[in-house]
Design a protein around this ligand. Sequence first.
Ligand code: ADP
Ligand code: NI
Length: 213
Amino acid sequence: MDRAVSETIEYIRGFFSKDFSGHDYYHSMRVYKTAVRIAEKEGADTRTVALAALLHDVDDRKLSPETEKTKANAAGFLRNIGENEETVSEIIKIIGEVPFLGTDSGRPTSKEACCVQDADRLDAMGAIGIARTFAFGGSHGRAIYDPEIPPVLFMNGEEYKNRVSHSVNHFYEKLLLLKNMMNTGEGKALAEKRDAFLREFLEEFYSEWSGES
Ligand code: ADP
Ligand code: NI
């Protein structure tokens, strides 16, 4: 394994050791593995994809709002391990293109960013996505579900960021939109399966909620 990649894995292991909101070390490792797998199929640069995927959440607005704009954690770390300025800017640019921002979500401008964005979104879908949604909701004091409060569709970036609701609404406000937002062929294929699992989960959830099963 590339030395920079293994050093980055060690860095994020320490960085995320106290997070229980769904942004943990294992999330970053899954995004890294999926992103590299997509990159191999897409012919993208796997080293750049690996570093960007591993570092994509270290300046996340929820965990580190003070460095969200500058990406100081990722940039500082990369400089420390001897990466040149060109690589640092390339990786920072990719990380900036990853977040989901409702109807303001942009299409990534490089092949590498497409791989990292797809991988991050895939981890918000399927069985893992369900687990992360309820973990996030619980850690923010939110209800599992409230049938009196319907989802809000077509939110822009600001509305999405400020939205506070129960966790089932998050499926409609983000998770079920991701399948049609994939950038790569491999991402789309993986998203189909994970989207179907989300829908199956919701069907069973409502059936148990209403006492039908
Ligand atoms: P990511 O790391 O995938 O970019 P976020 O930073 O948006 O995701 O959030 C971390 C996890 O928590 C994701 O699985 C996401 O779908 C989930 N999540 C984000 N916002 C909410 C919310 N309002 N309610 C429930 N889960 C959420
Ligand atoms: Ni993430």
